[in-house]
Write a new protein. Structure first.
Length: 277
């Protein structure tokens, strides 16, 4: 199965948002993470399409969508999501990683969503998602060395495999060159990855804002992810009146874009189905 439709939506600032969709039933929007495009969520969308019409936008800076723009912020992402919602008439939403942060930010303000499911949102609490790798990352990008830039990101990313975080930087850079599809799937998103992690850092310390979320929300976490991930979900659950947390055994951070997307889709459909019947 592949996408059954594609259209372009205009955001509030005129930026084009490339939107893919498939399935039938109530509308559900999937908001993807950093370094990901709509294509990475095809299996998740296929599985969810048994119960929903699934809309997956290519967020700014990827696919057929426009660039991040000079005034990029989470507010632009919120506007993009609301533009997609208006076109899709969807009332439920799923977010993964940075896409989860976009969903949470949107839910803190007036919005049309009746419920949300979020997998390991990119919420940093007291620098739980560090960005001290960004200066070296940007310096490598400025020199045109995308492999070294990504190696700096991997070594500073608490979600990365432990072995990758202790490899010599030169060795990791060489390994990046041998990675199939690096330029297409990772290299093309590296500048956007920096912009988006800057937004993660900007929101650190503002997690109290999520007290304003009134919609029911399910936090999904992978049981194989680092401890800080579940700690973050639990902290958010204490702030949001209608929040719950569910751990999925055997899964890690990349589950929604892997073969394990089927399991993530099952938990998401079971929760969101209560609000679309």
């Amino acid at each position: 199965m592949t996408w059954t439709g594609r259209e372009t939506v205009l955001s509030a600032d005129g930026t084009k948002i490339d939107l893919r969709f498939l399935g039938s039933g109530p509308g559900l929007i999937v908001v993807g993470g950093a370094l990901q495009s709509a294509e990475d969520y095809l299996l998740l969308a296929q599985t969810l399409s048994a119960s929903f019409t699934v809309y997956v936008p290519n967020r700014r800076g990827r696919g057929g969508s426009g660039p991040h723009g000079a005034d990029y912020s989470l507010e632009r992402e919120r506007e993009d999501l609301l533009a997609v919602q208006a076109a899709a008439a969807a009332t439920v939403v799923f977010g993964h990683s940075y896409g989860g942060l976009v969903v949470l930010h949107t839910l803190t303000q007036p919005n049309p969503f009746v419920a949300a499911s979020v997998y390991e949102p990119g919420v940093s609490i007291n620098k739980s998602i560090p960005v001290d790798w960004l200066p070296n990352y940007r310096a490598a990008l400025a020199k045109g060395n995308r492999y070294a830039a990504f190696a700096h990101f991997i070594q500073g990313n608490p979600q990365a495999p432990p072995i990758a975080r202790i490899m010599p930087l030169w060795y990791l850079s060489v390994a990046m060159r041998a990675m199939p599809g690096f330029d297409e799937h990772i290299g093309a998103h590296l500048e956007g990855n920096a912009l988006e992690h800057e937004q993660v850092d900007r929101m650190d310390g503002r997690w109290e804002d999520y007290r304003n979320v009134t919609a029911p929300i399910q936090f999904l976490v992978g049981a194989r992810s680092p401890r800080f991930v579940s700690d973050t979900a639990q902290r958010l659950q204490t702030l949001i009146p209608k929040a719950s947390t569910h751990a999925l055994r055997g899964l890690g951070h990349r589950a929604p874009t892997s073969r394990h997307a089927v399991k993530v889709a099952g938990a998401t459909a079971a929760f969101l189905g209560h609000f679309t019947a």
